[in-house]
Design a protein around this ligand. Structure first.
Ligand SMILES: C[S@@+](CC[C@H](N)C(=O)[O-])C[C@H]1O[C@@H](n2cnc3c(N)ncnc32)[C@H](O)[C@@H]1O
Length: 356
């Protein structure tokens, strides 16, 4: 696979992704989930669902039926959440809109276990372990495959059991909207994932997803590896080469941000109609950055992949290498602050409707 700009990119396989995300599940839930909510909320809003509970915007069922038809006209609307992580966002949506049914899926058992452990008392949601891009999912639809696994298991409430059965018992389960927040850029087979979502939606239903954006504007994940690559300390060369290689392999879908025409072609191939797209930014977790030292420390402490990398530099290069890494990182953070660049993640959003 080649990314826009010609960089050779190899996808990390699903087995490696499962290990990685199982390992990160607790740390992700502790820090990153809070931080990624604004992006999730913007996707909810882009589907046409209200993102605020309360007086004026109580629930989807109170909206004009023509704006939010459900698949059968009678059943409560079903929302498919792809790559839901530890589940807080999906649970928030379920609590906010008791009239909805949410089917939330993730490749990682660790993520789904955490999500289920938080779902006590919320009966309009079900969680399923399912890869977004398997051959079966592309052919039968993610909703149908995930619903089958939920109905065969022990974790299903009565409202969900009803919502996940195909009316009449035949064909695919069709949802009324699909959301995938910060997931599609990791999924190795983008077309299969789009097809799996496409086969899960009724005609006209929206699919809103956000992907990691421009690396040069995503300091959260690139500033520390960049600082490491800039060091000239004997003994670190192998790690530096490995980090450069990892940047090209683990985030296999960065082209989804840069190559909009290709994404539109893939969406069209998967049965989606006109596509709207725009970019936005997520800031550094934990509030305003007070200084280069503060920014650098938080980049290391809050992002699991960065903490691991800094610990490894310390282990392999000692105190001196760690101090040099921090100085280089602080220099990068200061330069970004001087440019008024956000020290977070650049994000691209896509919204498309399933063609009739
Ligand atoms: C960056 S997290 C986003 C989690 C959540 N959507 C949020 O907004 O915080 C990416 C999630 O995608 C999941 N994931 C990775 N590859 C996947 C795949 N092939 N199919 C489904 N989920 C996948 C990971 O386990 C992880 O939970």
């Amino acid at each position: 696979m080649a990314a826009a700009g010609g960089t050779a990119v190899r996808a990390m396989g699903n087995d490696a992704l499962i290990v990685k995300w199982n390992k990160f599940s607790k740390a992700y839930s502790a820090v990153m989930e809070q931080w990624s909510w604004p992006s999730y909320a913007s996707l909810v809003s882009a589907t046409g669902l209200p993102v605020l509970d309360g007086s004026g915007l109580a629930s989807w069922k109170h909206l004009d039926a023509a704006k939010a038809p459900s698949s059968s006209g009678k059943r409560p609307p079903l929302v498919l959440d792809v790559g839901c992580g530890p589940g807080s966002h999906s649970l928030e949506l379920a609590r906010m809109h008791p009239g909805l049914r949410i089917l939330a899926t993730d490749l990682s058992e660790g993520m789904i276990e955490l999500a289920r452990s938080r779902a006590a008392g919320v009966d309009n949601i079900a969680f399923a372990v399912a890869s977004a891009d398997s051959e079966e999912v592309a052919a039968r639809g993610l909703a149908t495959v995930a619903a089958g696994s939920v109905l065969a298991g022990e974790h299903v409430s009565d409202p969900m059991s009803e919502a996940l059965r195909v009316p009449g018992g035949e064909g695919a389960l069709l949802a009324d909207a699909a959301i995938a927040n910060l997931v599609m850029q990791i999924v190795p087979d983008t077309l299969a994932a789009f097809q799996g979502v496409g086969a899960s939606l009724r005609p006209g239903a929206p699919f809103a997803f956000a992907v990691w954006g421009d690396r040069s504007r995503s300091a959260l994940f690139t500033a520390l590896p960049g600082a490491l690559r800039s060091l000239e300390i004997p003994g670190l060369e192998a790690m530096q080469a490995e980090v450069a290689e990892a940047a090209a392999t683990t985030r296999s879908g960065f082209h989804l941000e840069a190559d909009v025409p290709r994404v539109k072609r893939l969406l069209a191939e998967a049965g989606f109609g006109p596509v709207s797209t725009w970019t936005t930014e997520l800031p550094m977790p934990g509030g305003p950055v007070l200084s280069a030292q503060d920014g650098a420390a938080r980049l290391i402490d809050l992002i699991p992949a960065n903490s691991e990398l800094a610990a490894r530099v310390h282990k392999e290069g000692g105190d001196e290498a760690r101090a040099a890494l921090i100085r280089a990182l602080e220099g990068r953070v200061q330069a970004l602050m001087d440019e008024d660049a956000v020290l977070g993640l650049h994000v691209r959003v896509y919204v498309a409707a399933k063609r009739g």
